[in-house]
Design a binder for this molecule. Structure first.
Ligand SMILES: *[C@@H]1O[C@H](CO)[C@@H](O)[C@H](O)[C@H]1NC(C)=O
Ligand SMILES: *[C@@H]1O[C@H](CO)[C@@H](O)[C@H](O)[C@H]1NC(C)=O
Length: 192
């Protein structure tokens, strides 16, 4: 009897150790970045930046500690770089996508970001960090859900949806860039 109890206790300890060591799941993404004409909310159509043909870009829906592997293929004729706003990148700052920590992805080439949403929960977003691309699109939401084994002190929400808010200008990001960098002119917002 005592031996059986000892075996059960050992099995419990082993399973705890194994579950603590189990690697968090991997989520793989393959993104193609292109230009395409868009007119968000019925505004003036202009050249936007799409990811897999979408504006805003695809939502990353993941769970705390998931490993994210995101292959970004740049099909713009300019260098492109994505930054992951709010993701902590512990000991991993070279994945942050800010110019200076990451080289831009050259036109026609790709780069694969490897990162982990370590011990984080919440709503975040990604955006292009170079050349005012973010004024033209290329951004999207990151949702990091809590792990089921970690209780939250409220009932599950009835529904969830993501809201991304941004300005949309009457000129392309290329034409409006000099206005932003010099502050010399005032840009009309697109009528909608
Ligand atoms: C580019 O994409 C290919 C597959 O589409 C992949 O095998 C390769 O590792 C990627 N290169 C980089 C630098 O991410
Ligand atoms: C915005 O662009 C449209 C179409 O090109 C033009 O008709 C309109 O006058 C512009 N609005 C402003 C405030 O510049």
């Amino acid at each position: 009897m005592a031996a059986a109890a000892a075996v059960v206790a050992l099995a419990c300890v082993l399973s705890l150790v194994l579950s603590a060591q189990a690697e968090a799941p991997y989520r793989f993404f393959d993104w193609e970045v292109t230009y395409g004409d868009i007119n968000p909310l019925g505004g003036v159509p202009q050249q936007g930046i799409l990811i897999n043909g979408q504006f805003p870009g695809p939502e990353i829906d993941c769970q705390t500690n998931d490993n994210l592997v995101i292959n970004v293929r740049n099909r713009l004729p300019q260098p492109f770089l994505l930054s992951w706003n709010g993701i902590q990148h512990r000991k991993n700052s070279w994945q942050d996508g800010v110019s200076g920590t990451n080289c831009p992805i050259p036109p026609g080439q790709n780069y694969t970001y490897h990162m982990q949403a370590k011990d984080q929960i919440g709503s975040f977003f990604y955006f292009p960090s170079l050349a005012f691309h973010k004024a033209a699109g290329g951004f999207g939401a990151i949702r990091i859900n809590s792990r089921p084994r970690i209780p939250v002190p409220f009932p599950p929400p009835a529904d969830e949806f993501t809201v991304l808010i941004g300005d949309w200008y009457n000129t392309t990001h290329k034409l409006s860039k000099p206005c932003w960098t010099t502050g010399s002119c005032c840009l009309p917002l697109t009528p909608s």
